[in-house]
Design a protein around this ligand. Structure first.
Ligand code: AMP
Ligand code: MG
Length: 285
């Protein structure tokens, strides 16, 4: 039984899952796969699904309080302006901060550089009942690092297998992983960067380095292709999110989170006390 809004013609987790052999160059960032609704009208769908997500998140948190060790990890990857922050604000933000563990991964600090690249990632993992959100992630260690030759090939090359093993370990210990690769077009990225330069309230989001990365688009496409080809596993598949339409990428990732939470088969944890006896005690207290 599904409660998917009728605007969806296909289940997001099926239509967006990366298919082996498909090419990054064939992704249309302006498309809205599986969704027949328009931007107009998407707000009310989003509002309803925000509420659905929040309800499931609370249930996960409640189970965590009752000792359930399971957790959810949302991995957001994408070029600058792809909309990772918007997912955090408008999708995950509908949940209760008490149960959310948000981490953004930037250029490693000196301390982080002194450790294995997964060190900072392990420290940021969600504990039982929590939803972890990675705004960028360990995948930067095979994306920016590969594109800029920050370490030699014989160092980054084995990382794909190492990441797969790492994620297998997480899944086996009760973490459901939802990996979203957000794809924005070069044109749309130009518009979004231009807007950041036009508005003083957006300067803080602009980084001159974003233009440098933009010039390396083909190299990034290649690096993303390798990530999708080599780290989309049956236990932690990648979802490819067309992201030129912000309203679509938000709806899509919202559904992926709902589906992941539903697949955990959660219910409200039973009382760890005698409810009737407590009612009597309270009445007399
Ligand atoms: P932002 O997401 O806009 O805050 O930018 C963070 C920056 O940190 C991006 O340019 C990333 O490519 C960069 N970054 C993240 N992880 C790494 C890493 N492991 N090595 C080098 N740069 C990184
Ligand atoms: Mg940025």
């Amino acid at each position: 039984m599904t409660d998917l809004p009728s605007e969806w013609t296909h289940e997001p987790r099926k239509i967006l899952q990366f298919r082996p052999g498909s090419k990054v160059g064939d992704i249309d960032p302006n498309s809205s796969p599986g969704y027949r609704g328009a931007k107009n009208g998407s707000e009310s769908v989003q509002a309803e699904r925000n509420t659905r997500f929040a309800g499931l998140q609370e249930m996960l948190y409640a189970n965590g309080k009752a000792g359930d060790k399971r957790s959810l990890l949302l991995v957001l990857q994408g070029m600058d302006t792809a909309g990772k922050g918007g997912i955090v604000k408008h999708v995950v933000g509908a949940g209760d901060p008490m149960g959310i563990r948000y981490t953004s991964f930037g250029v490693p600090t000196e301390e982080e550089r002194a450790h294995h690249y997964l060190w900072r990632v392990r420290k940021a993992l969600p504990t039982g009942g929590h939803i972890g959100v990675f705004d960028r992630s360990h995948y930067e260690d095979v994306l920016v690092v590969r594109v800029h030759d920050l370490v030699p090939r014989d160092v980054w090359e084995p990382r794909y297998d190492e990441i797969n093993a790492f994620e297998k370990e997480l899944v086996d210990s009760g973490t459901t992983i939802v990996k979203c690769a957000m794809f924005v077009s070069l044109d749309e990225q130009r518009r979004r960067l231009a807007e950041r330069l036009d508005r003083p309230d957006k300067y803080w989001k602009y980084n001159p380095g974003d233009v440098t990365e933009r010039l390396l688009w083909p190299a990034y496409q290649q690096a993303y292709q390798a990530v999708l080809d080599r780290t989309s596993t049956d236990y932690a598949p990648w979802f490819v999110i067309p992201s030129d339409k912000k309203w679509y990428s938000r709806l899509a990732i919202n559904e992926l989170l709902i589906e992941a939470l539903k697949s955990m088969g959660l219910s409200w944890p039973p009382a760890g006390f005698d409810v009737e006896a407590e009612k009597k005690r309270l009445a007399q207290a």
